[in-house]
Design a protein around this ligand. Structure first.
Ligand SMILES: Cc1ncc(C[n+]2csc(CCOP(=O)(O)OP(=O)(O)O)c2C)c(N)n1
Length: 662
């Protein structure tokens, strides 16, 4: 079932056909681009755009981001020789054209589907994908490492150029500056291409964004741009590409506009360049390739270019959903999304509590905290793609008695681990972490599944961790967190819709560390966390049909555990199954095992959690099944522990075997 690269099944979706156009149909690899005339390259851009729109509106995916980089990608593959030359795409969500030009045209219709190609870049997928990503701001560091490796190759071996392509949004991430700082000083010939479309997912934020804006609108740049366009127009047609490198080399120097900031950092700055004009891009990239020192090429692009709905709502079209994606099993279409219930509740509580502040790291729509901004603009902060800063900034707010709520995807909080420990937990600062997309993230795949948070947070002293089983419980947990001032609290909830339960009335706080017993039984205790509670309920019903009587517990708290209840159930049922949509290593089930061992109650126990491997994209429901978290797996585990208990009782009476985990 599991392949080592994380593909979840041998299931191969049949690719949808897409229009390829005259030129795109001839391109099997980047080498084919070199044969193209200038006119053919612009036809190729049109073909690629039509293919992207046709295909991605069907499969879903990052359409807006990729439509903005069509010409840039063509120019990069025209000038450089991948895979000898290394192209490193930041995040990778804007690299669909790169996929089409590097042998993945036929598979493109399987994008982001189970068994299909990834929505990001992956070293497993193509030799042209030099570095996998999904999280932002890594490209400069990775590319610098590759650049050093290229330069240190033994004499006589061909050396490739290395180009990092980073968006203006990703440039707000601290790691990008760490990379620039190091690269400018090391003087290796790294080329950094800034794909500046003025957008992160939402409009970009921060002082750097303002600086780029000044470069973009400076009249000097506009004059240089016009002069360059004139120059290109005056070239005889056939020469526009053939002799372009030679002819443009000197004149390019005149068109270089200076950027004090990037030059002070040790880079030669080229730009701003019109990112939708292939001749300008080709000349700028050729010049960059000849510099033999760190070069920063500033390219201006338009997100969603060529797709009307995208231009009308650039933020929404950053990614489009597939019309036909299967819905999560536990959700109903009428139910509100967890993220919306979260934002609504924080707004409601903030209406009457001026201490509540909301922070997002570039995800105002993904977390729904943009709604908080509309209500309480003075208490809302989008800090950019800067998770580490978001956490320590929140810690600073908390020192003054404020109640910061950091709305963040589980997967992105991974970036800020030391900040959680060093800045928040050690100082017991009451920061509230709202972890969205906890559990499987679905079609975004292995870089985005939020299946580690219970493990990485549970081991931290002073941390309280909750997980709601429905959207009303999420409201109660937010209220509980706001009332609790003894230390940090994390609430983790899944992607998608809730269960359509009643969410009227003021949310009441929950007793800290207390679970909820949903069903009483005598043969086995099913201890479930968050999204798994419904699954456990269904499993209990099936077990009842087989004559096995199960207790079902909604854990609510992963830390502190409801020790009294768990120990009592160990005595009463003598068989336990824990279920969580988190790594089986170090999460809730591990906590239960630790508790049982501490008290010498080693009753047969199965820990159901995400196995120790990475999972590619599929629907959330399917991923849960493949990970062994479906109803059938719970039923099987319950049977196993009850049989083990029965056997050991018969064999030895009192000699109960040690816990087993799986
Ligand atoms: C560490 C991290 N935080 C948040 C995200 C979510 N995210 C994906 S793309 C994106 C915006 C990137 O903007 P930019 O780099 O300018 O690329 P564009 O989409 O505009 O092409 C964000 C915030 C992420 N991928 N990684």
């Amino acid at each position: 079932m599991a392949a080592s690269n994380g593909k979840i099944s041998p299931h191969s979706p049949s690719p949808r056909s897409m229009p390829q156009g005259k030129v795109l149909s001839r391109i099997e690899s980047p080498a084919d681009l070199k044969e193209c005339t200038s006119r053919e390259l612009s036809q190729l851009a049109a073909d690629v755009r039509a293919a992207l729109i046709s295909s991605v509106t069907e499969t879903g995916g990052h359409l807006g981001a990729s439509l903005g980089t069509v010409e840039l990608t063509i120019a990069l593959h025209y000038v450089f020789n991948s895979p000898l030359d290394k192209l490193v795409w930041d995040v990778g969500h804007q690299a669909y054209t790169h996929k089409l030009l590097t042998g993945r045209k036929e598979a493109f219709g399987t994008l982001r589907q189970e068994g299909g190609i990834s929505g990001f870049l992956s070293r497993d997928e193509s030799e042209h994908d030099t570095f996998g990503a999904g999280h932002a701001s890594t490209s400069i560091s990775a590319a610098l490492g590759m650049c050093v490796a290229e330069q240190d190759k033994p004499k006589g071996e061909p050396r490739g150029h290395v180009v990092a392509v980073i968006g203006d949004g990703a440039l707000t991430g601290g790691m990008a500056y760490e990379g620039l700082n190091n690269a400018g000083h090391m003087k290796y010939p790294l080329i950094v291409v800034l794909n500046d479309n003025e957008m992160s997912i939402a409009p970009n934020v921060g002082a750097m964004s303002k600086y780029l804006d000044r470069l973009r609108t400076d009249p000097m740049y506009n004059r240089a741009k016009d002069e360059l366009a004139d120059f290109v127009e005056k070239l005889p047609k056939g020469e526009r590409f053939v002799d372009f490198g030679k002819r443009v080399k000197d004149s390019m120097k005149e068109f270089i506009y200076h950027s004090a900031l990037f030059e002070e950092l040790g880079f030669t700055y080229i730009g701003p360049v019109n990112g939708h004009h292939i001749p300008d891009l080709v000349s700028a990239l050729r010049h960059a390739a000849e510099c033999n020192e760190p070069v920063f090429v500033h390219v201006l692009t338009q997100k969603g270019k060529g797709y009307d709905p995208a231009s009308a709502d650039i933020e929404r079209s950053h990614a489009v959903s597939a019309p036909s994606l299967p819905k999560s099993k536990s959700s109903t279409s009428a139910a509100p999304k967890y993220q919306d219930v979260f934002a609504k509740t924080v707004i409601e509580l903030a209406n009457g509590d001026e201490r509540i502040y909301a922070i997002t790291a570039a995800m105002p729509s993904g977390t729904s905290l943009g709604k908080f901004k509309a209500k309480h603009p003075d208490r809302f902060f989008d800090v950019g793609i800067a998770e580490q800063h978001a956490v320590t900034f929140a810690a600073g707010l908390a020192t003054a008695g404020l109640r910061p709520v950091v709305g963040i995807y589980s997967t992105f909080l991974q970036r800020a681990y030391d900040q959680i420990i060093h800045d928040v937990c050690i100082q017991r600062l009451p920061v509230i972490f709202a972890l969205d997309r906890a559990g499987f993230a679905g079609d975004d795949g292995r870089t985005h599944h939020g299946v580690f948070d219970l493990s990485y947070l549970r081991c931290l002293p002073n941390m309280t961790i909750m997980a709601p089983s429905d959207e009303n419980e999420l409201r109660q947990m937010i209220r509980t967190a706001v009332d609790y001032t003894e230390g940090p609290v994390a609430i983790r909830y899944p992607r998608g819709a809730g269960r359509d339960v009643d969410t009227s009335g003021h949310p009441e706080p929950l007793p800290i560390g207390k679970s909820e017993v949903l069903r009483e039984g005598s043969d086995v205790a099913l201890l479930a966390v968050g999204s798994m509670v419904e699954y456990a309920r269904h499993a209990a019903q099936e077990l009842a049909n087989e004559g096995i009587s199960a207790t079902v517990v909604n854990a609510r708290f992963v830390k502190p555990l409801d020790e009294e209840l768990i120990l009592r159930l160990a005595d009463e049922t003598g068989a336990i199954v824990t279920i969580e949509e988190n790594s089986a290593t170090g999460g809730f089930g591990s906590g239960v095992l630790e508790l049982l061992s501490e008290h010498g109650k080693l009753v047969p126990t199965r820990v159901l959690g995400v196995p120790d491997r990475f999972f590619e994209q599929a629907s959330q429901t399917r991923l849960r099944e493949v990970a062994g978290l479906g109803v059938n797996s719970i039923v099987a585990a319950a049977r196993q522990v009850t049989e083990t208990r029965a056997r050991s009782t018969v064999e030895a009476g009192h000699n109960v075997p040690a816990s087993v985990s799986g």
